[in-house]
Ligand binder design. Structure first.
Ligand code: NAD
Ligand code: UGA
Length: 458
């Protein structure tokens, strides 16, 4: 099939490359000419495992082509996927739909009758119906469907090629048939295909993100209770997750969620619900947001406490800048939010990240960055573990203890094994885990090289 993918960011670049890889002829379109040039020469705009290889393959085969023109898009195919951003509006909590609207308006004069425009961007319930009416006014015989995207950054290629489910919101049998043909290899692999109306499809997407965000905030609220009660959130989370009705995923406590989606999506959902008279039904999302943002403040407070009450003139090493591991995305990164807060309070902050340093530098130029962990930790009074990259689990605490000034680690992601750090003399602080057994410690003296301690909450 011939399709176009309009917007070639995290979602669009992966969708375009993967659709070409399963055999379609794809034209990727973006207003960002630099991005299109880079993609055309095989450079992925984002760090995503597997994407470079698929890009190389599909460009070489000629099945993936790139353009900056919506007129080219309309001429190239009759099925168009919209993957442009839907960020939070600058004047409130609602989604900013100007990019989606611009694509519809830009395509409209060029579309042939029978064309299908398929939204993948995350939008408020009712958007497809509104856009369908807008398009029908200028381009009779065209149709808008919604096929929300559920991929996760860091596993976007895998999620696209082997999704947990496909959800399509369609208003006609023709639209459903087109989407079944696009995803034929997935359907042959028995991926569940859920066909519904466009508004329900839009709601499935925001409800899924709202549910996952709620699960994370729930476990972070439990971590706060564990701190107050001197209980261990890691054990609590494992025990909750062992119940198959609850499940273990998205119960990792820590610094909370960030990124370009959960925060803005729960706010946009609440804003849309208020517009349609259902504010009360999603009031929980305001609390989810508050709990989430509180984890950043609590991390800053705990760090300040560990430094004896003030950041001023203290050196802080930050491990992680990306909003999650395996991604170079720093949009609304909790790690950077904490690093910036420490810097604003007078700390000398050095940041490490395996992939996100360029994006972090561009976003927070006031911080200092280095690509090597010992350099970042050199003379540090405190080490903050803020993004749970796998490589941080392989660090050698003994050699890091030799370069820092004070061997104190705040594992705000609750994902490092504290034992080797204690053994190397570190004091290890993990929010929600005040009761890690002191008997497991080789000694109670911190930063002496003779064995570390578990710090207690204030
Ligand atoms: P992004 O910001 O990375 O990419 C958006 C792209 O659209 C940019 O390259 C931009 O230049 C381009 N664009 C903007 N206006 C355009 C226009 N008029 N014509 C052509 N191109 C245009 O965004 P993203 O992270 O890929 O997210 C896209 C959508 O998908 C959002 O609605 C998001 O909520 C949703 N989503 C994102 C993810 C994710 O993991 N990032 C996952 C699922 C859903
Ligand atoms: C999330 C969803 O998982 C995707 O299904 C969805 O398509 C996407 O949002 C979107 O709509 O954009 P993503 O943001 O890439 O994907 O990453 P997640 O793995 O969901 O993590 C989101 C944030 O939650 C990260 O900051 C992560 O560190 C945090 N998180 C995740 C936790 O704090 N605890 C957990 O248990 C899981």
């Amino acid at each position: 099939m011939k399709i176009t993918v309009i917007g070639t960011g995290y979602v669009g670049a992966v969708h375009a490359a993967c659709m070409a890889d399963i055999g379609h002829e794809v034209l990727g379109v973006d207003v960002d000419a630099d991005r299109i040039r880079a993609l055309a020469s095989g450079r992925a705009p984002v760090h995503e495992p597997g994407l470079d290889e698929i890009l190389a393959r599909t460009l070489a085969s000629g099945r993936l082509r790139l353009s900056t023109s919506l007129a080219d898009a309309a001429a190239a195919a009759s099925t168009h996927f919209i993957c442009v951003g839907t960020p939070q509006r600058s004047d409130g909590q609602a989604a900013d739909l100007r990019y989606v609207d611009a694509v519809i308006d830009g395509l409209a004069p060029h579309l042939r009758p029978g064309s299908l425009v398929v939204g993948k961007s995350t939008v408020p319930a009712g958007t497809a119906v509104r856009l369908g009416a807008r398009l029908a006014a200028t381009s009779p015989g065209t149709e808008v469907a919604w096929n929300p995207e559920f991929l996760r950054e860091g596993s976007a290629v895998e999620d696209t090629l082997r999704p947990a489910r496909l959800v399509v919101g369609v208003a006609s049998a023709h639209a459903e048939a087109v989407l079944r043909a696009v995803y034929a290899p997935m359907l042959r692999a028995k991926v569940p295909f859920i066909s519904t109306d466009p508004t329900t499809a839009e709601l499935v997407k925001v409800a899924a993100n709202a549910f996952l965000a709620t699960k994370i905030s729930f476990i972070n609220a439990m971590a706060e209770v564990c701190d107050a009660a001197a209980a261990d959130v890691a054990v609590l989370s494992a025990a909750l997750g062992a119940d198959p009705r609850i499940g273990p995923r998205f119960l990792q406590s820590g610094l909370g969620f960030g990124g370009s989606c959960f925060p803005k999506d729960i706010r946009a959902f609440a804003a849309r619900a208020a517009q349609i008279g259902a504010a009360e039904s999603v009031e929980i999302l305001n609390e989810v947001d508050r709990i989430n943002l509180r984890q950043r403040r609590r991390t800053v407070d705990r760090a300040r406490e560990l430094l004896g009450g003030s950041f001023t003139g203290r050196r802080v090493a930050v491990l992680g800048a990306a909003f999650k591991p395996d991604s170079d995305d720093v949009r609304d990164s909790p790690a950077l939010a904490v690093a910036v807060a420490a810097s604003r309070e007078g700390a000398d902050v050095l940041v490490h990240d395996p992939q996100a340093l360029d994006n972090a530098r561009a976003t927070c130029p006031e911080l200092t960055y280095a690509s090597d962990v010992p350099k970042v930790c050199d003379d540090a009074d405190l080490v903050l573990h803020l993004t749970a990259w796998q490589e941080y689990r392989k660090l050698n605490p003994a050699s890091l203890a030799e370069v820092v000034r004070t061997a104190v680690l705040l594992d705000a992601r609750n994902s490092l094994d504290p034992q080797p750090w204690w053994s190397a003399g570190w004091t290890v602080c993990v929010p929600g885990r005040p009761l890690l057994s002191p008997s497991a410690l080789p000694s109670t003296s911190a930063s002496s090289g003779r064995g570390g301690e578990q710090c207690m909450p204030s």
